[in-house]
Design a protein around this ligand. Structure first.
Ligand code: ATP
Ligand code: PRP
Ligand code: NIO
Length: 495
């Protein structure tokens, strides 16, 4: 079995929840399969109790849709599926329908590397009900994970204050695909390199690393190990100094650094992987400086995350490079993003679009109805607010009111004419054909950096971030309220 990104370039239509297929069958049987609908993918709460989320995964979604096809082997598998009574789950005519099924949806999505906020659509799918439904699970699978890891990486990089963060996660990632997708997302979120060589090959991410304790332990002495490493990689020496005694390890690194220098080479630095990283890095810095190695870098690793990095910064730790694995690629403190995919409009038999809401006791869970998009307003390059609006709604440049989707008493008046605006959902597929030029990973990473730069730092702080204003345009707010009240009255039997 192929385990590379190639996997995504063959059909993955069966990578879905069984109920999507049973619904598809029931839609088909009831004659609703081709009825047009609009679905939106969005999340309700930032991960990590943070104030921002960084979108990632669209490239995979495009691959998935480009290859949306039921192959012979897929149909053969579905053909032999039996229900409890031993009869086929799907009738033959449905499987014939699936065989001829062509992807015809329109997809609009926020570009990878875009900063996104709760309730705002990240992906909008318009198309026949069956196709929209079959996209739900794979889209959520892809976007939820990569967005989560890109966000975690952005937080870690924010804490590192621009110093390089090397992603070391492969060995503790959630399986093979979890590792590859995490390396990709971590790079989008600002990491400078990965230790995952296959991610380097597949995505073009710079690959970097040092060496392990086993290297040191395989020699009689630490000195011999450092010298042998220096022989093999005279230009790339980062010595791991904490196998036996960290400060003695720094002394040995300095001795080998001097030998290298006598040969016209320069050691790159040292790595510390245990103990009090503030204490040892400061001591090591002093020793390296006094020995004439002020440019030698100090790499730190050992269960780091954004909070430990921020704490080490506050202790004036003399660390220049951060190696981060487990807590980054597993999103240790929040293992899932929780984005959802909800129907927001359906085309009636008379050709009219009917907006839809799913009513919930929790106002947080009531989706935004209709065919909507988001405008981001910028002032002097800084994002000031996002407005979710109905696409056919005229926006008055002289003034709009945006209303918090969860608490309608929170409102903000905006003068659109004063700002630069960006429409966040961009056309990706029209009628099943790709209309979007996929950016390179380097371009996505650059977009992420500039988007994060456009965000006020108060929204990025790790603890109790300031809430970025996102609101429904007034008319959309009223439509949503109207639909909720109508649905509730009906439920109460008052209608
Ligand atoms: N000065 C510091 N301030 C805050 N956290 C720190 C500091 N120094 C190290 N840490 C973190 O504290 C944790 C210490 O981990 P641990 O208990 O495994 O200690 P250790 O000395 O590294 O032990 P081991 O030798 O088993 O790796 C790690 O997450 C590490 O990143
Ligand atoms: O702590 P993380 O953020 O996950 O970063 C990766 C860790 O993996 C390695 O340790 P491991 O114990 O696997 O091997 P080593 O220490 O022998 O190199 C490395 O030394 C880091 O400590
Ligand atoms: O290259 C390294 O230093 C490295 C790679 C993977 C995990 N820990 C460290």
């Amino acid at each position: 079995m192929k385990i590379t990104k190639d996997l995504y370039q063959s059909s993955l239509v069966l990578l879905t929840d069984f109920y999507q297929l049973t619904m598809a069958y029931a839609y088909w049987k009831s004659g609703k399969g081709e009825q047009e609908a609009v679905f939106n993918l969005f999340f309700r709460k930032h991960p990590f109790q943070g104030g921002f989320t960084l979108a990632a995964g669209l490239d995979y979604v495009v691959d998935f849709c480009n290859n949306f096809k039921f192959e012979k082997a897929d149909l053969e598998y579905l053909e032999v599926m039996k229900d409890k009574d031993g009869s086929p789950v799907f009738e033959a005519a449905f499987l014939e329908y699936l065989q001829t099924l062509q992807f015809t949806c329109d997809i609009d999505a926020v570009e990878e590397g875009t900063v996104v906020f709760p309730n705002s659509p990240m992906v909008r799918v318009k198309g026949p009900l069956i196709q929209c439904q079959l996209l739900e699970t794979p889209l959520l699978n892809i976007i939820n994970f990569q967005t989560l890891i890109a966000t975690k990486a952005a937080r870690i990089n924010f804490a590192a204050q621009g110093e390089p963060v090397l992603e070391f996660g492969l060995r503790r990632a959630q399986g093979i695909d979890g590792a590859l997708a995490a390396s990709r997302a971590a790079y989008i979120g600002g990491c400078t390199s990965t230790s995952n060589v296959m991610a380097g090959k597949l995505f073009g991410i710079p690959v970097a690393g040092t060496h392990a304790h086993s290297w040191i332990m395989s020699f009689e002495t630490e000195m011999e190990a450092f010298e042998a490493y220096a022989d093999a990689f005279p230009d790339q020496c980062v010595f791991l100094v904490d196998t036996y005694d960290t400060l003695n390890g720094v002394k040995n690194a300095i001795r080998v650094g001097e030998i290298l220098r006598s040969k016209g080479k320069e050691m790159v630095g040292i790595r510390i992987d245990s103990g009090d990283l503030a204490y040892y890095s400061t001591k090591a810095r002093q020793m390296l400086d006094e020995a004439g190695f002020p440019n030698a870098k100090i790499v730190a690793s050992n269960d780091l995350d954004e909070h430990i990095i921020a704490s080490l910064k506050s202790q004036d730790a003399a660390i220049n490079v951060w190696g981060v694995g487990t807590k980054l690629v597993t999103a240790y403190d929040q293992p899932a993003l929780g984005a959802v995919y909800k129907l927001s409009a359906i085309k009636n038999a008379d050709g009219h679009w009917e907006p839809k809401v799913k009513v919930s006791q929790q106002s947080l869970k009531i989706n935004v109805p209709g065919f909507h998009n988001t405008k981001r307003y910028y002032s002097k390059g800084k994002a000031v607010a996002d407005m979710i609006y109905l696409e056919d709604q005229e926006i008055n440049p002289k003034g709009v009111v945006i209303i918090d989707p969860v608490d309608a008493t929170r409102r903000k008046r905006l003068m659109p004419a004063f700002y630069q605006e960006e429409i966040l959902l961009k056309p990706i597929f029209k009628n099943g054909k790709k209309v979007y030029k996929l950016p390179t990973l380097a371009e996505i990473r650059a977009r992420a950096a500039s988007q994060l730069d456009s965000l006020d730092k108060t929204h990025m702080r790790l603890v109790n971030p300031h809430l970025y204003p996102v609101g429904l345009e007034e008319n959309l707010h009223h439509l949503r309220m109207e639909l909720v009240l109508k649905a509730k009255k009906f439920d109460n039997g008052e209608d």
